[in-house]
Design a protein around this ligand. Structure first.
Ligand code: IPE
Ligand code: IPE
Ligand code: MG
Length: 251
């Protein structure tokens, strides 16, 4: 039986975040250069985005390029930026057809201007779509995001607009790039690495973590369904005890 048939329709995670890892190793396994792995990875993005929209997931956040990825060899960074422009151009009609809204988190000021412009155009084109929110984390890292938030908090405090006791958890969340989004319910990382790599450190506080050895270009729709089913069988206690969180017994 396909994992799709095992999905519990009223327990779909609202927000799924994915660390899409393993493109380079996939290419190596196939005797190809790393860029072929990234190209293949784009196909996976297309498929997973389509099924996430079908399932009624509200937010899908994809870690596409980290702050630290700027330190890769220049040829790879340049080729990734070119691939990004090309992909956005090609994928915009599909996003429109599937009612997907593109959002982004990260330091876009570091992107080459051609990439940034294409990206901003796609953000504007899809702004009215009301289905899945597809959030691309681009030139993103949590430490970049938190540092920026601290700077803004300090600025506002200096101006007398913020008092120490007004810095609540909710207020902190408003200073993050994810201010308008719910926290991820499920984090998937492919490629067999068991680390977070500077991704959504604040927001993942209570996410369910799911690791698979599968490399991102090999990650299929069926793998995605499997991760969702696994998530649906977890008990999320948020610090409480099991009896408190059992259905119909929310204290
Ligand atoms: C993930 O694949 C994509 C990006 C980070 C851009 P990698 O490029 O990290 O692939 P591996 O980890 O080297 O296999
Ligand atoms: C994490 O992958 C970042 C993205 C998937 C964009 P990396 O390949 O950069 O992570 P590390 O270096 O193995 O932790
Ligand atoms: Mg990697």
């Amino acid at each position: 039986m396909s994992y799709k048939d095992q999905i519990i329709k009223d327990r779909i995670p609202e927000h799924v975040a994915i660390i899409m890892d393993g493109n380079g190793r996939w290419a190596k396994q196939h005797g190809l250069q790393r860029m072929f792995g990234h190209q293949q990875g784009v196909k996976t993005v297309h498929e997973i985005t389509t099924v996430a929209a079908e399932l009624g997931i509200r937010f899908l956040t994809l870690y596409a390029f980290s702050t630290e990825n700027w330190n890769r060899p220049k040829e790879e960074v340049d080729a990734l930026m070119a691939l990004l422009v090309d992909t956005i151009k090609k994928e915009t009609p599909t996003l429109m057809k599937n009612n997907v809204r593109l959002l982004t988190i990260g330091d876009l000021s570091r992107l080459p201007s051609a990439t940034r412009e294409k990206f901003e155009q796609c953000l504007a084109d899809t702004a009215g779509n009301t289905g899945l929110n597809l959030v691309l984390a681009l030139s993103y890292s949590s430490r970049w995001e938190l540092t920026r938030a601290f700077q803004q908090v300090a600025e506002n405090a200096k101006k007398g607009m913020l008092k120490p006791d007004e810095i609540t958890e909710q207020a902190v969340a408003q200073y993050l790039t994810t201010a308008t989004m719910p926290d991820p319910d499920l984090l998937i990382r492919t490629s067999g690495e068991y680390r977070i790599s500077n991704f959504l450190l604040w927001q993942l506080a209570y996410a369910e973590l799911y690791f698979t050895d599968c490399l991102w270009p090999d990650f299929t729709v069926e793998h995605f369904y499997e991760a969702i089913v696994d998530y649906q069988h977890r008990e999320r206690r948020f610090g409480k005890i099991s009896e408190q969180v059992k259905e119909g017994n929310r204290l």
